[in-house]
Design a protein around this ligand. Sequence first.
Ligand SMILES: [Zn+2]
Length: 77
Amino acid sequence: MVGTKIRFTGAKAPCGRTVDGEHYLDDDGQGLVIRDEYFSCGCRRIRHEYHDGSIQVTAVRHDGKVVREEFGADHGT
Ligand SMILES: [Zn+2]
């Protein structure tokens, strides 16, 4: 797997601050997609999309506190 790093600016971190950071993207070509965001304040957000379409997101604030964020699938409309 080959990862790609992309810099971003002015994104909202899990702590609520708007900061710059780096976006890490990896894709195995078979449905597994990793999108991690590393914010300059120290927060990070780990997002993994799996082959079955489920998405796991874990956000960790710069003070070390884990923030659960719910996305996708089971919110159904
Ligand atoms: Zn932060």
